[in-house]
Design a protein around this ligand. Structure first.
Ligand SMILES: [Cu+2]
Length: 387
């Protein structure tokens, strides 16, 4: 209806052709989305025999401590591979804050979170899990990216002095949590002592927007959020222990309250601030992978956005765009790409601001580059109010 005349407009031949083309394009986009979803849900290739898997190229992935990612290609080169990964479990004392609160952390490769693994869809991960005899406890690993046997948890129980090997195919593209899950109350105990991390399974063609355009990142950071449940003594001080596992009875009590003493990024308060701030330059597209193995969270980049966000972590789904804050549920990882437009200091927080400021869930991005007055300008500095 024409707002001015109230008359129904005649459909010109030109308009008709344009609208038909638009409908056609819409169908094509829908088809592309459907086939993308199908590829993600059914796996992109047929199952291989043991002999075929044995014939695949093998690569060893060198693990690096978060927030960094191992060297990887964004777009897969060649066909599926077997990616060899080695995790050595380390029970170690870690200081959690400036007041000296301590925990005997349970870790994969000595860091909280454990190292990120990066593969492509349909690659096989072959993990060697080592539990040195210097440790006190039994451990295992549950990969949310895998299929079967409690995510591998049922096949990977290792006592101190043992090692095992697990192979699984990365059928689903996305970012996924892995964590220790030895059984019963030991599951939350180990997970909330730091024994978790994430794996990124990239689509073989790399990341894409909803229209299938390639999304490349210049930098990538892995932020693992961790809730801890330390107990205080009568003097209001966090209790210290001499060995791993000695806090078990106390920790069972504090965990049952569901009130964390600390909620931090990458193991401890301040692990990603000050000297350890995350660096970027104006124009950099930065991929941020955020995992939380136990506790719901909601990342927000103060002064920026999520240009492309896979909050659920599934790269088989279209990314959401232009997000202010995105939800990541406990037991999941999510990913976001943001291209920095302004230099300066950005706080990246869990936007439950009590958890960010009082409990520790804050990181800092330091961004170099030239300020853009068109995007933001201080038109008047604070002065006394004029009458
Ligand atoms: Cu464990």
């Amino acid at each position: 209806m024409n707002k001015t005349t109230g008359e129904k407009p005649a459909v010109s031949r030109r308009t008709f052709i344009a609208s038909t083309a638009a409908v056609g394009a819409g169908i094509m986009v829908a088809d592309a989305a459907l086939s993308k979803a199908k590829a993600a849900s059914h796996g992109a290739k047929k199952a291989l025999s043991e002999a075929e898997i044995a014939a695949l190229p093998r690569v060893k992935q060198e693990m690096v401590a978060p927030p960094f990612l191992p060297k990887h290609d964004q777009v897969a080169k060649g066909g599926p591979k077997v990616v060899e990964v080695r995790f050595v479990i380390e029970e170690k004392k870690m200081v959690l804050d400036d007041d000296g609160a301590e925990i005997w952390a349970l870790t994969f490769n000595g860091s909280v979170p454990g190292p990120m693994i990066v593969v492509h869809q349909d690659d096989y991960i072959e993990l060697t899990l080592v539990n040195p005899d210097t440790n006190a406890m039994e451990h295992n690993i549950d990969f949310h990216a895998s299929t079967g046997a409690l995510g591998g948890g049922g096949l990977t129980h290792v006592s101190p002095g043992e090692e095992c090997m697990l192979r699984f195919r990365a059928t689903k593209p996305g970012v996924f949590v892995y964590h220790c899950a030895p059984g019963g109350a030991m599951i939350p105990y180990h997970v909330t002592h730091g024994m978790n991390g994430a794996i990124m399974v990239l689509p073989r063609a790399g990341l894409q927007d909803k229209d299938g355009n390639s999304l490349k990142y210049d930098k990538a950071y892995f932020i693992g959020e961790q809730d801890y449940y330390l107990k205080k003594d009568e003097d209001d001080e966090y209790i210290k222990y001499d060995t791993a596992g000695e806090d078990y009875a106390d920790y069972m009590e504090t965990m049952a309250t569901l009130i964390p003493s600390h909620i931090v990024f990458n193991g401890a308060v301040g692990a990603l601030t000050g000297e350890n701030s995350l660096k970027a330059t104006v124009g950099d597209a930065v991929l941020i992978i955020h995992s939380q193995a136990n506790y719901d969270t909601r990342p927000h980049l103060i002064g920026g956005h999520g240009d492309y966000v896979w909050a659920s972590g599934s790269f088989g789904d279209d990314p959401q765009t232009g997000m202010e804050t995105w939800p990541i549920c406990g037991g999941a990882a999510g990913a976001a790409i943001y291209t920095f437009r302004q230099p300066g200091v950005y706080a990246y927080v869990n936007h439950n601001l009590i958890e960010a400021v009082l409990k520790g869930a804050t990181a800092i991005f330091e961004v170099d580059g030239k300020w853009n007055n068109e995007l933001m300008k201080q038109v008047k500095k604070p002065t006394a109010i004029e009458a």
